[in-house]
Design a protein around this ligand. Structure first.
Ligand SMILES: CCCCCCCCCCCCCC(=O)SCCNC(=O)CCNC(=O)[C@H](O)C(C)(C)COP(=O)(O)OP(=O)(O)OC[C@H]1O[C@@H](n2cnc3c(N)ncnc32)[C@H](O)[C@@H]1OP(=O)(O)O
Length: 218
């Protein structure tokens, strides 16, 4: 994990960060969920890749379904309230250990911007080897959230998010996304970002308005 990401873990009450909005205070997981949590999440992603790409005999599908049900039953008694689970709060893991987020790695996280690298996987595919169009706004929105956080802005929500799809975004291909705060105007934070391939070709660019939540706003 980079030093910048490490610094982003425990920001304290910078500029009243923890007092804004009705949003609960989130803390990064100290140990990224323990020694095997990242392994579990990666295995789940491999399973998702397999689940959307196999055409297996009925007996294999039945066995897989039974094993998946058994795994869910093993984990079920250990549910905790939002904000206490390592998923989504493990800054040292791809996608912060969330199965929803793209499993990308943050390699720059500071007030000048955030950069993240990774691939769209088979289970992100829309068609003909390209990432599903709906997965790009997810990647951009999460980046915009991190940029807002790294910039030291109080808890904010996305008011709008615009993505321009400039070229096909291929799956299983190393890509980079980077962006920064362009302008701050009161509660408003204006952010832009670009998704590029290894040669620097822009595949998509995006912009967003993040609005600082008012006291009590969810
Ligand atoms: C553990 C550590 C983790 C660290 C990493 C964390 C990463 C996490 C990443 C996760 C990231 C995930 C992030 C997510 O996904 S957040 C989830 C997606 N977003 C939402 O659900 C937001 C839903 N909407 C709302 O809650 C309200 O509408 C908000 C709060 C946004 C504004 O309602 P509010 O009543 O408060 O404000 P207002 O209406 O008086 O407007 C105020 C001003 O703003 C201007 N305006 C408003 N809307 C627009 C618009 N669309 N275009 C242009 N302008 C707009 C408006 O004209 C006005 O301007 P002015 O007249 O003052 O000049």
């Amino acid at each position: 994990m980079s030093e910048q990401v490490e610094r982003g873990r425990g920001r304290g009450d910078v500029d009243g960060y923890e007092k804004h909005g009705g949003f609960p205070v989130y803390r990064a997981a100290e140990d990224d969920g323990g020694p095997d949590f990242g392994r579990l999440i990666e295995a789940m992603r491999v399973l998702q890749d397999a689940a959307v790409s196999v055409s297996a005999p009925a007996d294999v599908v039945r066995q897989a379904a039974e094993q998946a049900e058994a795994l869910a039953a093993l984990l079920e008694p250990h549910r905790v309230p939002e904000g206490q689970q390592p998923g989504g709060r493990s800054m040292g893991l791809p996608g912060r250990g969330s199965l929803l987020m793209l499993p990308w790695t943050v390699d720059k996280f500071d007030a000048t911007g955030v950069r993240s690298t990774g691939v769209f996987r088979r289970f992100h595919m829309g068609g003909n080897g390209a990432a599903h169009g709906g997965t790009l706004p997810l990647l951009f929105d999460d980046l915009f959230g991190m940029i807002t956080h790294a910039y030291g802005r109080p808890i904010s929500r996305t008011a709008y998010l615009h993505v321009n799809y400039r070229k096909i975004t291929p799956i299983d291909t190393p890509l980079v996304i980077e962006g920064q705060v362009d302008r701050v105007d009161g509660r408003k934070t204006f952010i832009t970002a670009k998704l590029m391939d290894a040669e620097g070709t822009v595949l998509a660019d995006g912009e967003a308005l993040m609005l600082v939540l008012l006291p009590g706003q969810p």
